[in-house]
Design a protein around this ligand. Structure first.
Ligand code: ACO
Ligand code: OAA
Length: 371
């Protein structure tokens, strides 16, 4: 048996949800550029879950279902106030809260397509309430109830800030949600599929996926990008900082990708949004620093930026606290995880690869007092 470290190049399943072929990303055959420019996040959720775009009445029904299910049990919100340590990471809080949601869902253990679809709606609806409520409660603020007349994107921003978001902010946030929704067999989606392929429940799959997304080599990179930009501090400092990082063989967050070679097609949309939003906020430096970093890292290491790189300055410009960046990724990617979970259940087989053993050969057991 031979192994591939990190399963690089291994085709582990079939899927009809999204594809990356020759650096082009599609959801169900629709180019991501087309969707980023035109689609609402709700349309994308429907597309991923049904493998077709919704008609107007189907879209209206999904929006209604999401709006009807946004409320989160009070016990889940109250538990945010019980942590013994300060500065709990919002991804840890989200992971626990989603797991807890399963305890309040009468259908949690129901294993049929209709019940699983209903759970998908509940999780997708509640995940944005959970993230925004946590963001407020930890700052001593009361959660803000969702507005049924707002889009998913507008509601997130409204529930987080308590203020009516500007159109450009909603446009940017919707685009970010569309761009992050699914990505073939990335680490967290694979995790979700492995979990539910044991015929475990939907909540277990999403909880496991949140844990996988949290790491800085995956979704956690967007928070680290903002940390790097903040540490560098100014456009003038970029050249020296990048030179030092590359010389020390440090990973520069937001660059590189396991699958893309020429570049991540999602990055340009976020770069454009970053330019617009930083200009509006009068904080062009975050965009200018990012562009200079891209020039240097791509020029010198041939490593293009990934989706996490420009999303950092976009979210920062939307006035969002930096440790909420990865939870926002989870809010969007939940739609993809749920699509993959439903697809896995529909034609399931236990996922159980092999390991190439590299430990010692056969040994004889020696009792503890003779060792
Ligand atoms: C939504 C997402 O999950 S997108 C990815 C988000 N993660 C990041 O942005 C973190 C930074 N990037 C990385 O760590 C990597 O590029 C990954 C994890 C995304 C991909 O990793 P892999 O496919 O395993 O690539 P690997 O780590 O083997 O990199 C290949 C080479 O490029 C280098 N490299 C890759 N990414 C970077 C980077 N961001 N900065 C500096 N060097 C890098 C590696 O050090 C390695 O160099 P070497 O051959 O001299 O040892
Ligand atoms: O596909 C990957 O490995 C990581 C990624 O870009 C994503 O999950 O969006």
């Amino acid at each position: 048996m031979t192994s591939s470290k990190g399963l690089e190049g291994v085709v582990a399943t079939q899927s009809a949800i999204s594809s990356i072929i020759d650096d082009t990303l599609t959801y169900v055959g629709y180019n991501i550029d087309d969707l980023a420019d035109n689609a609402s996040f709700e349309e994308v959720i429907y597309l991923l879950w049904h493998q077709r775009l919704p008609k107007a009445d189907e879209l209206a029904e999904l929006k209604q279902q999401l709006a009807d299910n946004m409320a989160v049990p009070q016990e889940v919100l109250d538990h945010f106030k019980t942590y013994p340590i300060k500065n709990v990471h919002p991804m840890a809080a989200l992971r626990t809260a989603v797991s807890m949601l399963g305890l309040f869902d009468e259908e949690a253990e129901e294993m049929n397509p209709e019940a699983n679809y209903r759970k998908a709606i509940r999780i997708q609806a509640k995940i944005s309430t959970i993230v925004t409520a946590f963001g407020r409660i930890r700052n001593g603020q009361e959660p803000v109830a969702p507005r049924t007349d707002y889009s998913y994107a507008a509601n997130f921003l409204y529930m987080l800030s308590g203020e009516e978001p500007a159109d450009i902010e909603v446009e940017a946030f919707n685009k970010a949600l569309v761009l992050h929704a699914d990505h073939e067999l990335n680490a967290s989606t694979f995790t979700a599929r492995v979990a539910v392929a044991t015929l475990s429940d939907v909540y277990s799959g999403i909880t496991a996926a949140i844990g996988a997304l949290k790491g800085p080599l995956h979704g956690g990179a967007n928070e680290q990008v903002m940390k790097t930009l903040t540490e560098i501090g100014s456009v003038e400092n970029v050249d020296a900082a990048v030179k030092e990082k590359l010389a020390n063989k440090e990973k520069i967050m937001g660059f590189g990708h396991r699958v893309y070679r020429k570049g991540d097609p999602r990055a340009k949309h976020l770069r454009e949004m970053s330019k617009k939003l930083t200009e509006i906020r009068g904080e062009e430096k975050w965009y200018e620093m990012s562009v200079r970093m891209e020039e240097l890292v791509t020029g010198q290491k041939d490593l293009p930026p990934n989706v996490d790189f420009y999303s950092a300055s976009v979210y920062h410009s939307l006035n969002i606290e930096h440790d909420l960046f990865t939870p926002i990724f989870a809010v969007s990617r939940a739609s993809g995880w749920l699509a993959h979970i439903l697809e896995q259940y529909a034609d399931n087989r236990l996922i159980r690869p092999r390991a190439e053993y590299i430990g010692p050969g056969m040994q004889t057991y020696v009792p503890v007092d003779e060792r």
